[in-house]
Design a binder for this molecule. Structure first.
Ligand SMILES: [Zn+2]
Length: 246
């Protein structure tokens, strides 16, 4: 009976859909992992920015400290030099060091401002990234559960396959198995084209009227001459009850 074959096809398509999902889920998880790594890198960069600014500030402070040591040294030398040129040279050096110090102090002010912004950004990044990672983790947990469920349901469906296949006309079953390896669905109804002719419901090529008549008479099984799918006339078959969702 072709109807049993259609039931088998429906079962195979459901099994196929689960298998497809079982292949997709690991790929989806892979993309979630990539997203998670990207977020973690983003957070690290935000932390690095604050650290770098603080380091630069410490460097500037160290340099100021050093220049002050130089100034104190020059100032003590002022007290002992005899020559006017030497005295002038020292004053010039002190002046130079003070100018450098004031530049560094300006730099520190701008670093402090940048640090404040970077810390604010880091604070926001931490919150946002933790939130996004939590969502990714939830999604991973959800699809893990979906995968386990898909495997379970698929195995349950697969266990019903052999008994159902045993009920299919032994002439039809090998033909069906051969075609479904390359084309799904392998069994298709005749469909009416806009030229009022009957066509294959798989490849939509017209089927010769003689063949159509024989299919309608349900005496012989015919395959489409173009795509090799098995053809049936829908009017001859009471479809399985849940065929609408397949
Ligand atoms: Zn065809």
């Amino acid at each position: 009976m072709l109807r049993t074959l259609l039931e088998l096809q429906q079962l195979d398509m459901k099994i196929g859909a689960f298998r497809q999902r079982e292949l997709e889920i690991p790929r989806q998880k892979e993309s979630f992992n990539i997203q998670r790594n990207r977020l973690e890198t983003e957070l690290k960069e935000s932390e690095e920015r604050v650290k770098k600014l603080k380091l630069e500030q410490r460097d500037c402070e160290g340099e100021i400290e050093q220049k002050n040591v130089h100034i104190r040294k020059f100032e003590s030398q002022l007290l002992i030099v005899k020559k006017n040129e030497e005295y002038k040279a020292l004053l010039h050096e002190i002046d130079l060091q003070k100018k450098h110090i004031s530049l560094k102090e300006e730099r520190i002010l701008s670093i402090m401002e940048d640090t404040e912004h970077a810390q604010m950004k880091l604070h926001e990044d931490k919150k946002r990234i933790a939130d996004e990672i939590r969502k990714l983790d939830e999604e991973c947990t959800r699809i893990d559960a979906e995968l386990a469920q898909a495997v379970k349901e698929r195995k349950a469906l697969e266990s019903t396959r052999a008994p159902l296949a045993a009920k299919v006309d032994p002439l039809l079953l090998p033909r069906y198995e051969r075609v479904r390896k390359v084309r799904t669905p392998a069994v298709v109804p005749l469909v009416e084209t806009n030229k009022q002719a009957e066509a294959c419901g798989g490849c939509y090529m017209t089927v010769r009227p003689q063949i159509v008549n024989e299919i309608m008479a349900a005496k012989v099984y015919h395959s489409c001459g173009h795509c090799a799918r098995l053809l049936y006339y829908p009017g001859n078959i009471e479809l399985p009850p849940d065929s609408v969702d397949s």
